[in-house]
Design a binder for this molecule. Structure first.
Ligand SMILES: [Zn+2]
Length: 288
């Protein structure tokens, strides 16, 4: 009886985290893909944004929309980053990011590239809801990751460049312990890049977490260097990491083609990345 009461009190004090479901992350991704091609400024992307906002609100996180104008080779475009906050008490923040726009290409629905990052972040919100936090956890859905024409410093990463500047100005960057960006993580043949442009400290923490969970085969240590939404934050001194599988189909042949469809993805890949990110958050909160 005494023992049971103690257990009951313990359960009240620390509600168990929801498990990260790869199936549910896939379902969110399928929903995103069902809106069709979702390039910057499109009605389909606005419909997906509304779905993201309403889903996040139902998961109990504090949602804000960061609206700005992206100056693209096609002229000014209204863009919207979506930010969801689960508040902690230390004043420090852990930030998980990914993009939800798709590249402007004919018949391109971006199941993996743009879809999987949005699906994973939505399932993270589900897994994080209702759990007391030490640090703030912020989930950020970037608009405008893709280049409108050819990839250059000026024509790419519109959302992350904007937010890094805004957070520099308002002091948020100084509160960030680590930022982890996810991109193209749904490939059924999951092999993540050991990104040498990223923070070595965060990379080691995340790869150690993957090893501890038994996912080493998906987290090899084959070095590469990737330019993605983590870079504007690195440039501002934030410890940031990119988690990307940049080997999508034979010789990356599904990347930026109409072949980037749901049938190339698997729930287990979302589950592996989602669980590693949750373990990384736990380790970051415990670390300092
Ligand atoms: Zn892309």
């Amino acid at each position: 009886m005494y023992r049971a009461t103690l257990l009951f009190l313990a359960a009240l004090a620390a509600p168990a985290a929801h498990d990260f479901s790869g199936e549910r992350a896939m379902d969110y991704t399928r929903k995103a893909v069902a809106y069709g091609p979702r390039p910057i400024g499109s009605p389909a992307l606005r419909r997906l944004e509304a779905f993201i906002v309403s889903t996040l609100k139902s998961d109990g996180c504090q949602v804000t929309v960061d609206s700005f104008t992206g100056h693209t080779p096609n002229g000014p475009v209204a863009m919207h980053n979506v930010i969801c906050r689960f508040p902690g008490s230390t004043g420090k923040a852990i930030v998980i990011t990914g993009h939800y726009d798709t590249k402007i290409l004919p018949r391109f629905v971006g199941a993996n590239d743009g879809g999987s990052s949005a699906g994973l972040l939505l399932e993270l919100a589900h897994a994080l809801q209702g759990v007391p936090r030490k640090d703030d956890v912020l989930l950020v859905f970037f608009d405008g990751e893709e280049a409108v024409k050819e990839w250059t410093d000026a024509d790419s990463l519109y959302g992350s460049r904007h937010l890094a500047d805004r957070w520099q100005a308002d002091g948020t960057l100084a509160r960030i312990k680590a930022l982890i960006n996810v991109d193209m993580i749904g490939d059924r043949d999951l092999e993540l890049v050991y990104d040498m442009s990223s923070s070595a400290q965060v990379r080691t923490l995340v790869w150690d977490a993957a090893d501890a969970l038994g996912y080493s085969s998906h987290f090899p240590r084959a070095p590469n260097a990737i330019t993605d939404d983590h870079v504007p934050f690195l440039q501002h001194g934030v410890k940031a990491l990119d988690l990307i599988d940049f080997d999508y189909g034979p010789n990356n042949s599904y990347w930026h083609t109409p072949e980037d469809t749901m049938d190339k993805l698997a729930p287990r890949s979302f589950e592996v990345v989602g669980r590693v990110v949750l373990e990384a958050i736990r380790r970051l909160e415990a670390a300092y």
